[in-house]
Design a protein around this ligand. Structure first.
Ligand code: GLU
Length: 368
């Protein structure tokens, strides 16, 4: 079974039912303080931590005095707008005493489905993590309509885990793991300790039940597990309502762990290698050497650009003899790349009229 202390980068998903008292609609601040202690413990061990937190709708609906029954879309959007401010402030207040800076990151489904936007959110999250900030992520419920939303933070958290290249995703939930059947309906249901592979049999065991406050059930958790594990990220489902829930998990609290299928870097490189390239970038010998020694691809070493591609599209990388070295995701369009080919970074702004990005293809976005 995985241990939090063996991870490098951990995404923790916090469900609404943990954060918000079901009876009163108030924030469970004593619990949240102990979650902050756990985050500080992990940061102290040098781990990167990203939190994906639900709760904006649950908090906002209390403030607005909206009913506890299913809300109309516009009502939940209004509730989210009111609740999200409080949610972000609550995290800031509990983490600041530990010297931890927080950031609010609101994303939509399009931010992961549209490649340029995906690259933008990936770059922003990477920068926050480099600055040792703990991002507090939620869906941008205020603008997300039914057709274009995740709707549940289980799948959102898995997508964020993939985006930041996490090696562990912890779903703090109101159930302590994945069962053979719904334990509240079937006394013979037993919990899995570890699931190495999500088979059709396992999928058939996932019921649909949510808990009233939260959107996700076991189905969305399994979908999250698939997304995470195929991208090289292990995932745990554990009951999070006890104080210090992450410490409790480390000390052996009941959970189900889903085993990662590979490691995050390998999964990403495979993914990049599998995308059909929309163009080719040809390099001089110096740039080839730089790439092979692990550097990013700069416009200076580019001798030719062919094809039509947009930001975030895959392109082939070729040497002067037409030999393909690998694939990468372009950070410029083909049109821009043609204009800046051969230029030194400091001369790019004069040609394009806006500041240059660090690289034409970043080394993290390359599979050689
Ligand atoms: N994004 C929603 C919120 O913050 C929660 C979705 C979920 O419960 O999974 O209220």
């Amino acid at each position: 079974m995985a241990s939090l202390t063996s991870a490098r980068r951990i995404v923790v998903k916090i469900g609404s039912a943990l954060l918000v008292d079901r009876q009163t609609g108030a924030l469970r601040s004593d619990w949240l303080k102990t979650l902050a202690e756990d985050v500080a413990w992990l940061k102290g061990l040098g781990k990167d931590v990203v939190l994906v937190s639900s709760g904006s709708i649950a908090l906002g609906r209390g403030v607005l005095g909206l009913p506890r029954t299913e809300l109309a879309l516009e009502q939940s959007q209004a509730a989210a707008a009111v609740g999200q401010i409080r949610l972000a402030r609550a995290y800031e207040e509990v983490l600041a005493p530990h010297g931890i800076t927080t950031a609010q990151v609101l994303v939509t489904l399009e931010d992961s489905a549209d490649r340029p936007r995906y690259l933008n959110s990936r770059a922003t999250l990477a920068q926050l993590i480099t600055l040792s900030v703990v991002p507090i992520v939620n869906e941008n419920d205020t603008v997300a309509t039914d057709e274009i939303r995740f709707g549940d933070n289980d799948r959102l958290a898995a997508q964020i885990a993939v985006t930041v290249g996490a090696d562990q995703l912890i779903l703090l939930s109101d159930v302590d793991g994945f069962y053979t059947a719904n334990p509240s309906q079937d006394a013979t249901a037993t919990r899995f300790e570890v699931i190495d592979e999500i088979t059709p049999e396992i999928e058939a065991m996932a019921g649909d039940a949510g808990s009233g406050l939260s959107k996700g059930g076991m189905k969305t958790k399994l979908m999250a597990a698939k997304t995470a594990t195929t991208a090289g990220c292990a995932m745990a489902i554990t009951e999070g309502s006890a104080l210090n829930p992450l410490r409790a998990l480390e000390n052996g609290a009941q959970a189900t762990w889903f085993t990662a299928q590979t490691d995050p870097q390998i999964a990403r490189k495979r993914w990049i290698a599998a995308i059909k390239p929309r163009g080719t970038i040809t390099l001089d010998a110096g740039a080839v050497q730089a790439l092979l020694s692990g550097k990013s691809l700069l416009p200076a070493g580019v001798t030719a650009v062919t094809g039509t591609f947009g930001r975030g599209d895959a392109v082939a990388i070729s040497d002067a003899n037409g030999h393909t070295l690998g694939h990468g995701l372009a950070r410029y369009t083909s049109e821009e790349a043609k204009r800046i080919r051969g230029l030194k970074s400091q001369d790019i702004e004069a040609v394009l009229g806006y500041p240059a990005r660090a690289a034409l293809i970043h080394r993290d976005d390359m599979a050689l």
